[in-house]
Design a protein around this ligand. Structure first.
Ligand code: FMN
Length: 144
């Protein structure tokens, strides 16, 4: 089964990061599909979902929370991971990570991810190993 990387973007950066994540998964032999959030009708056909959106005006794009509310039941049965794209993460410091995670809290409150990541842009491939590790360690025991 395929992993869905669903994203919201305004200027294109988050879509590029979504494509990049999918390419890393495919390189690992994991089928992955990329789709804008608004075009996703049903998440049940997927084995896992990775949700990405930018930060604007000190908040993570609220459409992610709406998406989580709409698909909560199905998503609660599968591994879900989040990523945020924002200028704050141009400097990858502990303080900036905490700040960005505080903006992602409404999503965390609805559904705890198996992994989250913050990016100031398309990251070097090596950085995603941090994200992939938690993704393959899934509570239900199923492997991505
Ligand atoms: C109107 C606006 C507000 C923004 N607010 C923030 C912010 O509060 N914090 C931050 O770190 N980045 C902020 N940014 C930067 C965006 O998160 C960044 O440009 C991101 O890459 C945009 O993603 P997108 O190209 O997928 O739309 C803002 C950008 C815009 C245009």
């Amino acid at each position: 089964m395929t992993v869905l990387v669903a994203y919201k973007t305004f200027a294109g950066a988050t879509g590029e990061v979504a494509e990049f994540i999918a390419s890393v998964l495919r390189d690992e032999g994991i089928p992955a599909e990329v789709c804008p959030l608004r075009e996703v009708r049903d998440v049940r056909p997927y084995r896992a979902v990775i949700l990405g959106a930018p930060v604007r005006q000190f908040r993570w794009e609220p459409d992610v929370v709406k998406f989580l509310q709409r698909h909560r039941e199905a998503l609660s049965r599968m591994p879900v991971a989040y990523f945020a794209v924002c200028l704050t993460m141009k400097e990858d410091t502990e303080a900036n990570r905490c700040l960005v995670q505080s903006w992602m809290k409404p999503a965390f409150a609805l559904l705890q991810p198996v992994s989250e990541a913050d990016s100031g842009g398309k990251p070097p491939r090596a950085h995603w190993s941090k994200m992939r590790k938690p993704l393959v360690r899934v509570d239900s025991g199923c492997k991505l």
